[in-house]
Design a binder for this molecule. Structure first.
Ligand SMILES: NC(=O)c1ccc[n+]([C@@H]2O[C@H](COP(=O)([O-])OP(=O)(O)OC[C@H]3O[C@@H](n4cnc5c(N)ncnc54)[C@H](OP(=O)(O)O)[C@@H]3O)[C@@H](O)[C@H]2O)c1
Length: 302
């Protein structure tokens, strides 16, 4: 990976798990990092680098976003902002479209109006249920696909270039999201029985540092002109393990047996039993942190 000390980047979703780690990495590499937050955003994940960021509060309008992109004088945009819901209710339809389709479209409009033509976008393996070219696991995944379809318009009428990184499950220390490892930690501490599905579903976990490597490689592809139009890559180790095996490894590392009642609840509708495994790998990317090492790091950091 080449160092690029003068690059000016905008990150959306920088208050989230992946976005905050990306912001930290870019700052540490000397990038000029700009982030967009909402009036309601909590900046805790950015606390240690806040003084080194330019932070813009978006009021929801396209016009203000255009002003932000103009003021930032950007080379590249990393778009990670998203609302993730594994299952939705009727009340979630508008927020899902707003975060995953409307905001992204406003962003790209603001980019092209300001002559910013390099975008690293974030998709999900869940756009490919049962290994299909397109089959959304849930409405969230459908909105990710919808945004890619919208990008097509801008790709056809402007010099925009896009790399979409399709993420799988990500994990790492101090993850604020209510994901598996936080759940296991609580179960280990309280020793209260937890009903889980039968646990045969395979999970493809990627350690956060490896995920961030992928964003840097994607940026380099754009900056060196390797990307012609819209490239899509799977950011996956390709070595999924079952939920049961994962819990077993967690138990081994912590030395604590977890009181899990396997089969105590059914699988989710459209549970992903085998993660998408036919996506193109990002050239030059490989995982540096194996699952066992990653789990050890998660546990070591509390
Ligand atoms: N992590 C995974 O395992 C995984 C797997 C597949 C795909 N992905 C994708 O990877 C990206 C990062 O995921 P993550 O887990 O880091 O997400 P996360 O922790 O849930 O953070 C989501 C971020 O998006 C921002 N956001 C949501 N709606 C917004 C809007 N309308 N306007 C501006 N900002 C908005 C949030 O800002 P606030 O602070 O204001 O809420 C937050 O910064 C997402 O695109 C996600 O879909 C993640």
């Amino acid at each position: 990976m080449t160092e690029n000390r003068s690059s000016r980047a905008l990150i959306t979703g920088a208050t989230g798990f992946v976005g905050s780690r990306l912001a930290q990495r870019l700052v540490s590499k000397g990038w000029d990092v700009h982030v967009i937050v909402r009036p309601t955003s909590k900046l805790e994940q950015l606390e240690n680098i806040k003084s080194r960021l330019k932070i813009y509060e978006h009021d929801g309008s396209t016009e203000q976003l255009e002003n932000i992109v103009s003021a930032a004088n950007l080379d590249i945009v990393f778009h990670l902002a998203s609302l993730f819901l594994a299952q939705h209710q009727s009340k979630d339809v508008v927020p899902l479209i707003q975060s995953n389709v409307q905001f992204g479209t406003q962003l790209v409009e603001a980019m092209v109006q300001n002559g910013v033509y390099q975008l690293v976008n974030t998709g999900t393996s869940w756009q490919h249920y049962e290994n299909q070219d397109y089959s959304p696991v849930c409405l969230y995944a459908a909105t990710k696909q919808a945004f890619e379809m919208l990008l097509r318009f801008y790709l056809e009428i402007t010099p925009l270039k896009v790399v979409t990184l399709k993420l799988f499950d990500t994990y790492g220390p101090n993850d604020p999201r209510p994901k598996l490892f936080r759940l296991l930690k609580t179960v280990a501490e309280r020793q209260e029985p937890l009903a889980m599905s039968p646990g045969e579903q395979l999970i493809d976990l990627v350690y956060i540092d490896d995920v961030i490597d992928a964003y840097l490689i994607a940026a380099e592809r754009l900056q060196t002109g390797l990307t012609c139009n819209h490239e899509r890559y799977a950011v996956s180790l390709g070595r999924p393990v079952s939920l049961k095996e994962l819990v077993n490894t967690y138990e081994q590392v912590t030395g604590k047996k977890l009181p899990i009642r396997w089969g105590g609840r059914p699988y989710r509708p459209r549970e992903v039993m085998v993660p998408w495994n036919t996506g193109e790998k990002l050239p030059g990317w490989e995982s540096r942190i194996a699952l066992l090492e990653g789990i050890k790091r998660v546990i070591a950091d509390g």
